[in-house]
Ligand binder design. Structure first.
Ligand SMILES: [Mg+2]
Length: 434
């Protein structure tokens, strides 16, 4: 039965609703509406000037009306009088074709029509910094190999446990938290779900981590590479494809536990890796993570080549066990909705065309990359190269839409142009005496 938000507000003590959407650059935009007004807004949506956020619109365009999805309702665990709602942007009575949540729904609806559901679990790594964002908040967190360090983890117990308690209350079934490979870096894992549910949770998780960190006098960031000498923040995605209760990726007779459908799906993702890279790694800074030199800990933990393997973390795709794969390319800046939309579109294309990803490559890609077969593709070296691939991607134009590709590339290209206008200290140091 449809959720009546006015009733929910009365029964759960919600005084305000945040009606929010994620724009093309992954930023959450919201209006705070009193519960007394939710009846009309649930029907008609909350009004926004789309141009004022990262949507491809002009100041002359009519209102974007963000219509909340009642099924996405999350009561803020640290402020229960506020209910958060993911919303779908509409304009002139139609879904905005380039809005990220609308795109994911379009791609998942198409899969649903074929009887398929993609399930995803995401690992959103983040740093806890000083409030001004310049340094790691824990001055004693300086080890060369800080991963899983118990003392550093427990010095942030108050923040991490508050976030984990919130996920327990929300029923996300969190199951582990750790200090990650960079100083000041953490990861928290919760259970996988269908792609749209996980996308809504990821959008909320990023907000929740920042909000709870702020409460504790800290600043959380999901920036892909905030420190040049340390491991960056990835957003690894675990992917499986289901038909009802049956995991179509599982095959107990296969060496690494995958079915032909799974191999074809992986083949599609590998073929499209360049095309989707501007989505999975959407910022200038993203390319300083995937094309980084070795970090203080001894590894970048991020790929720069399009390869797959069994349980081997040096590849873009890892198969940690039967019935799923881990896509290790995406980073903390990736859009929660565009990421699964791109993966699903690429994977279904791989199935439709029976794309063979080849044999899993069991080498250490960080030290033995030269042993990869001839023709192994490299990932784009920077955002400009990635955007050029996205712009001419037939797959993305067909499955995510021309409107999306054109709008995304246009706005992101402005980012690149702005970046190129910056004069850096490195240029002066290396060019002054030319
Ligand atoms: Mg991790």
């Amino acid at each position: 039965m449809a959720v009546d938000l006015a009733v929910e507000a009365r029964e759960r003590g919600i005084k305000y609703f945040l009606i929010s959407y994620v724009d093309l650059f992954g930023t959450l935009r919201a209006k705070l509406a009193p519960a007394a007004a939710i009846g009309d807004m649930a029907k008609d949506g909350a009004g926004f000037a789309g141009f004022a956020s990262w949507l491809d619109m002009t100041p002359a365009d009519p209102d974007v009306l963000a219509i909340p999805d009642p099924a996405s309702l999350i009561q803020l665990p640290w402020k229960p009088e506020v209910g958060w709602l993911a919303a779908d942007p509409y304009m002139n009575g139609k879904p905005v074709a380039h809005a990220p949540r609308n795109i994911l729904k379009r791609v998942t609806d198409k899969a649903t029509q074929a009887g398929l559901t993609m399930k995803t679990g995401v690992e959103c790594e983040f740093f806890l910094l000083t409030p001004d964002g310049t340094g790691i908040s824990d001055a004693t967190d300086t080890q060369a190999k800080p991963c899983y360090d118990q003392s550093a983890l427990m010095r942030r117990y108050d923040v991490i446990s508050e976030i984990c308690d919130a996920m327990l209350d929300l029923g996300w079934q969190p199951y582990q938290n750790d200090h990650e490979d960079a100083n000041g870096q953490f990861e928290m894992n919760w259970n996988f779900a269908d792609a749209l549910t996980t996308a809504d949770r990821m959008a909320f998780f990023k907000y929740m981590v920042k909000a709870i960190a702020e409460k504790h006098g800290l600043r959380a960031t999901f920036m892909p590479k905030p420190f040049a000498n340390l491991t960056g923040s990835g957003c690894h995605v675990h992917v499986s494809l289901w038909q009802g209760d049956r995991n179509l990726f599982a095959d107990g007779n296969d060496g690494i536990g995958l079915s032909k459908v799974a191999y074809n799906f992986i083949g599609g993702v590998m073929e499209a890796a360049g095309d989707i890279c501007a989505i999975t790694n959407p910022t200038i800074n993203s390319y300083k993570r995937i094309n980084a030199p070795v970090t203080l800990s001894g590894a970048t933990w991020s790929p720069n080549t399009v390869t797959f393997a069994g349980n081997n973390r040096t590849h873009m795709i890892r198969v940690p066990g039967s019935g799923r794969f881990e896509f290790r390319l995406a980073d903390g800046a990736t859009n929660p909705y565009l990421l699964p939309a791109a993966i699903l579109a690429a994977g279904l294309d791989g199935i439709a065309r029976g794309i063979d990803p080849g044999k899993p490559l069991d080498i250490d890609m960080y030290t033995e990359g030269h042993k990869a077969p001839a023709g192994t593709k490299k990932l784009p070296l920077n955002l400009l190269d990635a955007l050029r691939l996205t712009a001419k991607s037939d797959l993305l134009r067909r499955e995510l839409g021309d409107e999306f590709v054109d709008s995304y590339v246009k706005l992101k290209m402005r980012d690149w142009d702005d970046y190129m206008r910056q004069l850096t200290p490195w240029e002066r140091a290396t060019t002054l005496d030319c």
